[in-house]
Design a protein. Structure first.
Length: 377
């Protein structure tokens, strides 16, 4: 029976936080989680930081504590592993709160996938699978910025870190036995790198559905409109689509209007048109003068490319079954599509690490055979 006190311990003074952080820095690993709100803002609004030491769960009230520097130092202490679960948004929240990305991290969701427990396993499911303990789900949509928090909220937040150290111990043992700990470390390092280097505004146009249809001035306009929306949303701390919907950016880029009357459309009318109309027209006009329009984006796969993609996925499934891994943890669909569409296929990004060693040769061989068959037809 695990000796864990799940009673939440509230921390709301700088002095107590400093003492606890000093103690936690003597440990090899701690559990870490956050609660935040984001419904009306671009950035997450940090509301609570939870720390678990394997015996107790601590709820750090970042809204009340004046000096959070000891917590920041703890996160940056590379001698202490931070155990987290599906941590991408938590990394962003902590960076927003403390200007710090914790390192090193051990993401138990990724670890569960690499140890053969399935992809995308939620925290409650992981606790149930590994410890046979049922967790409540009642407070997932709470207002975490309210004070005081209810007892139900506190208990829920405490449970989020109470069992993480024990899951960590089991998963660490499994990964070592399977000789896959380095895989986990590589994937977690990639999470940290992504958190430190978010995608620049100039590349957001690539995410717009239907952008592949645009060329030349239209694509330049879409790139500049999306970059402006991204910067403005960050500056105003408001959701992108509250500022300007993605579909509006695409429509403007397609139409390239040159006067206000031609701009009006659902999502760009009334006050929104009055406030942003002149700016958007100026962005479009400048984009039309550019001599460095971005290259056309890849089109949807052709029928033959779709057949090649199926061959690649079959190869992935074969390797995944052999290794006891979820196929999606090995290669993402977009990565396979990029291989099919590349003029000179090669391994890039995540496929350069342990995935490349495990499946890279199979992918390139399958792709080569498929392309040869395609050319012979």
């Amino acid at each position: 029976m695990l000796n864990v006190d799940t009673t939440p311990r509230w921390v709301d003074s700088s002095e107590e936080l400093a003492e606890l952080c000093h103690k936690w820095r003597q440990q090899k690993a701690i559990a870490l989680d956050t609660e935040f709100m984001r419904s009306r803002t671009f950035y997450p609004q940090p509301a609570l930081v939870q720390v678990g030491d394997g015996q107790h769960s601590y709820l750090i009230d970042n809204l009340a504590i004046e000096n959070l520097e000891p917590l920041r130092a703890l996160l940056l202490d590379t001698g202490v592993t931070k155990i987290m679960h599906s941590c991408s948004e938590d990394l962003e929240t902590l960076d927003r709160l403390l200007d710090a990305i914790p390192e090193p991290i051990f993401d138990t969701q990724i670890a569960a996938a690499l140890s053969g427990l399935g992809a995308g396993l939620g925290y409650a499911a992981a606790v149930k699978t590994l410890l046979n303990i049922e967790l409540p789900k009642s407070e997932t949509r709470s207002d975490w910025l309210q004070r005081p928090l209810s007892e139900a909220q506190k208990n829920y937040a405490a449970l989020d870190v109470a069992w993480l150290p024990h899951i960590y111990a089991l998963l660490l043992k499994r990964l070592r036995e399977m000789d896959r700990l380095e895989w986990l470390q590589e994937d977690c390092a990639q999470l940290i790198a992504a958190a430190r280097n978010p995608q620049p505004p100039e590349l957001y146009y690539q995410k717009v559905k239907g952008a592949w249809r645009l060329r030349g001035k239209q694509l330049a306009a879409l790139q500049d409109l999306c970059a402006w929306r991204e910067r403005e949303a960050r500056l105003r701390d408001m959701p992108r689509n509250h500022l300007l919907k993605e579909a509006v950016c695409l429509n403007l880029a397609q139409q390239l209007p040159d006067h206000p009357a031609a701009m009006a459309q659902p999502g760009l009318e009334g006050r929104t048109l009055r406030e942003y109309g002149a700016t958007l027209l100026d962005i479009i006009a400048r984009a039309c003068e550019r001599t460095d329009a971005p290259p056309a984006l890849p089109q949807p796969l052709s029928r033959r490319q779709g057949e090649i993609l199926k061959e690649l996925r079959r190869s992935v499934n074969d390797v995944a079954e052999r290794e006891g891994l979820p196929p999606e943890i090995l290669v993402r669909k977009k990565e396979l599509e990029s291989l099919v569409q590349a003029e000179s296929p090669g391994l890039e990004g995540r496929l350069c690490g342990w995935r490349g060693e495990l499946i890279g040769g199979v992918l390139l061989q399958t792709l080569g055979v498929s392309l040869e068959e395609s050319e012979s037809k």
